[in-house]
Design a protein around this ligand. Structure first.
Ligand code: RP5
Length: 165
């Protein structure tokens, strides 16, 4: 699946069943007009694909990888071990353990192999973090992030005003 010709962000997930969570990251990337691709890459069911995806990602022009997985969630860490691109891990909550298993599987990386782990189900923040990483060198994205922050502030103030009315 490819949204645009030259993707800057790769959004990968262990199963199509993760997409209902990962869709929040995709939506942010769409909102910010950031080129991206979406792909199911399973650490356990498609290990060879995972290796080639991780090893080829930088060469294809990707700048950030967002990797979501649930349960024994090895995908983000394994991908991070095979690329020097920043990898953002999204713990996907499954029916059991409320996603704590996913969180611990992703966040407890050994020293040397970082994964920037967001909260359980926090794919929206994964998309925003990817935008912030790209925004360091892209003024248009940085400006959109400033506008987004201003919108958040304005929304809180509007609610404040409504509460007091
Ligand atoms: C993980 O196993 C996936 O990331 C998914 O969260 C979980 C269950 O996968 P399915 O059985 O729904 O395909 O690898």
């Amino acid at each position: 699946m490819t949204d645009n010709a030259v993707p800057l962000v790769g959004v990968i997930m262990g199963s199509d069943s993760d997409f209902s969570v990962m869709a929040d990251a995709v939506q942010v990337l769409r909102d910010f007009n950031i080129t991206h691709e979406v792909e199911v890459v399973s650490a356990h069911r498609t290990p060879d694909k995972m290796v080639s995806y991780a090893r080829e990602a930088a060469g294809r022009g990707l700048k950030v990888i967002i990797a979501g997985a649930g349960g024994a969630a090895h995908l983000p860490g394994m991908v991070a071990s095979m690329t020097t691109l920043p990898v953002i891990g999204v713990p996907v909550p499954l029916a059991k353990l409320d996603g704590l298993d996913s969180l611990l599987s992703i966040v407890q990386m050994p020293g040397g192999i970082p994964v920037a782990t967001v909260s359980i189900g926090g794919a929206k923040n994964a998309g925003l973090l990817a935008a912030r990483i790209l925004g360091v060198q892209d003024r248009d994205i940085a400006a959109q992030l400033d506008a987004y922050a201003a919108e958040l502030t304005a929304a809180v103030e509007e609610k404040n005003t409504a509460l007091k009315a």
